[in-house]
Design a protein around this ligand. Structure first.
Ligand code: AMP
Length: 217
């Protein structure tokens, strides 16, 4: 069973790499952010409870997130493993992963500088139903503002506004940086492998570095 955690600041390219990894490894990607966006579109209780936090660029409370993850990993498509994108994002969430014995094989940290992130996120477009991500300059859709697979309209995320981006980056450096240290240390005394990859490179270069790391685990 292959369980991989993808971690990195907003706009590091986690979503795009996760999509490529899903195809390569034939295991699903569990993106807590994408699940929340779907819940918001469907106006479910969970969606309504999380929307305010997301729009402000703040983290959604741990208990809601943990509920989502518990529910999702029990689905039959997770039997052979999964990629966790955007979870765990706090030390409490990471401790919960350990408490549940969801032993992860590998943690991939995609790192990008803040100034690059600001440029990237302002040009980002998303196909809401699937979570497919595009960028005006770096990864444009075949047809302007249309999803490559369905031809449906793309939209910009509410929380990709500058002030939300700055808050999300701050939350990443404050809440999520300790999670990275936690896994880096864990890799010294357990079977969980850790790698840091420079996300400020071409998509394919980042992906081939991820692939060669995965081969080594
Ligand atoms: P993402 O798509 O990963 O950038 O997530 C979008 C937003 O969803 C984040 O800014 C948070 O508000 C919320 N979110 C997603 N995953 C988590 C998580 N693991 N813990 C807390 N909030 C989360």
């Amino acid at each position: 069973m292959t369980k991989i955690i993808l971690i990195g600041p907003p706009g590091a390219g986690k979503g795009t790499q996760a999509e490529m990894m899903t195809k390569e490894l034939q295991i699903p990607c569990i993106s807590t952010g994408q699940i929340l966006r779907t819940e918001i579109t469907e106006k479910s209780n969970l969606g309504l409870a999380s929307q305010e936090f997301i729009d402000k660029g703040e983290l959604v409370p741990d208990e809601l997130i943990l509920k989502i993850v518990h529910r999702r990993i029990k689905q039959p498509d997770c039997e052979k493993g999964y990629i966790l994108d955007g979870f765990p994002r706090t030390i409490h969430q990471a401790q919960e992963v350990a408490a549940l014995h969801l032993d992860v094989n590998a943690v991939i940290y995609i790192n990008v500088l803040d100034e690059v992130i600001l440029e990237r996120l302002s040009g980002r477009w998303i196909h809401l139903p699937s979570g497919r991500v595009y960028h005006e300059k770096f990864n444009p859709p075949k047809e302007h503002c249309k999803d490559n697979e369905t031809g449906e309209a793309l939209s910009q995320r509410q929380d990709d506004k500058r002030e939300s981006i700055i808050k999300r980056l701050k939350s990443f450096r404050e809440d999520t940086a300790p999670v990275i240290d936690y896994y880096k240390r864990k890799s010294d005394f357990s079977d969980t492998k850790f790698v840091e990859i420079n996300g400020d490179q071409a998509l394919d270069t980042v992906f081939s570095e991820i692939k060669s790391f995965i081969k080594s685990i």
